[in-house]
Design a protein around this ligand. Structure first.
Ligand code: NDP
Length: 281
């Protein structure tokens, strides 16, 4: 039996059509949502991500501003730029593309962004609100995963979710969001002993480690839902952390790479930006 593919590309397109309408409605009230993206340095992958975010903004009618800074910028100068954007009334969302150069504290940068403009959902105040289940900007990739699961009407309550990876931007928050949905969550990571024994217990397996084709059919319980967050490049081709060819005959649902979680991430960013603009009223 072959897994049903969770098509993030299609769902993202549908959501972006709705967003366009939301933006049009806001414009009748004289509001144009604005997103400022700060790019520090010349990292090619970061440039690609930033370019994709800008294009998506443009298509949705969101005003986007790209602020490019050299990698020699001091922490003080970068924080001053964020202060300026925090005060800018035309800007509803501020995003600093990570990673940033080592001489600048990532945490200081994240904490400087006003929580009500933190459309990435990385500020400790927003993370805290997510943990307590309050309404807030949710981090985009984990939120995208949740929306995909819900769209496919996959039951979450009481299910055993195993998350592989515990980063602050994907692993930890995706587990928290599913806990909020009454799933039972197990976190695993590079120090986990006998990872396979854990992953094989999952009703829903979420993999976010950044290691190409790491999870194979032997790691998956037959009939499990498998969400592959990984984006890796092997011989110039994109692939996930899950060995798609092997797992597709074991899982009940599977996200492809590309075309799975990836397109949902930017869509959730747009949604947060539009929500932030709505909050202006
Ligand atoms: P990080 O490098 O920040 O975290 C990787 C996590 O994986 C760590 O918690 C690490 O454990 C764990 N890990 C690494 N190797 C193993 C292993 N052999 N066994 C078990 N756990 C392991 O990565 P991110 O969370 O930022 O990203 C993960 C992947 O998701 C990447 O491929 C990234 O490109 C992709 N990504 C995709 C997005 C999308 O939009 N689809 C958005 C963001 C990321 P430990 O903590 O012990 O070191």
């Amino acid at each position: 039996m072959s897994a049903v593919l969770l098509n993030g590309k299609e769902l993202a397109a549908k959501k972006r059509e709705q967003l366009k309408k939301d933006v049009e409605e806001l414009s009748t009230k004289g509001i144009t949502p604005g997103l400022a993206v700060i790019l520090v340095g010349e990292d090619p992958a970061s440039k690609t991500y930033v370019g994709a975010k800008q294009k998506a903004c443009e298509q949705a009618g969101i005003h986007s501003v790209l602020i490019k800074k050299p990698d020699t910028i001091s922490e003080e100068e970068l924080l001053a730029e964020i202060d300026r954007l925090n005060k800018d009334e035309m800007i509803d969302g501020i995003l600093v593309q990570l990673p940033i150069p080592k001489h600048i504290s990532e945490q200081a940068v994240i904490e400087r962004i006003a929580p009500n403009k933190d459309v990435d959902g990385f500020h400790p105040i927003n993370i805290g609100k997510m943990m307590t289940g309050e309404d807030t900007f949710l981090p985009c990739t984990p939120h995208g995963v949740l929306v995909m699961l819900k769209e496919a009407a996959i039951e979450l309550e009481g299910k055993h979710v195993v998350v592989v990876g515990r980063s602050n931007i994907v692993g930890k928050p995706v587990g928290q969001l599913l806990l909020n949905e009454n799933a039972t969550v197990t976190y695993t990571h590079s120090r986990t002993k006998d990872l396979r024994a854990m992953t094989k217990q999952a009703d829903i397996l979420i993999v976010a480690i950044g290691k190409a084709n790491f999870i194979s059919a032997e790691d998956v319980k037959p009939g499990a839902v498998v969400v592959d967050v990984g984006i890796n490049r092997v011989d110039g081709k994109l692939c996930g952390d899950v060995d798609f060819e092997s797992v597709k005959d074991t899982a009940s649902y599977l996200t492809p790479v590309p075309g799975g979680v990836g397109p949902m991430t930017i869509t959730m960013l747009l949604e947060n930006t539009v929500q932030s603009a709505r909050n202006r009223q």
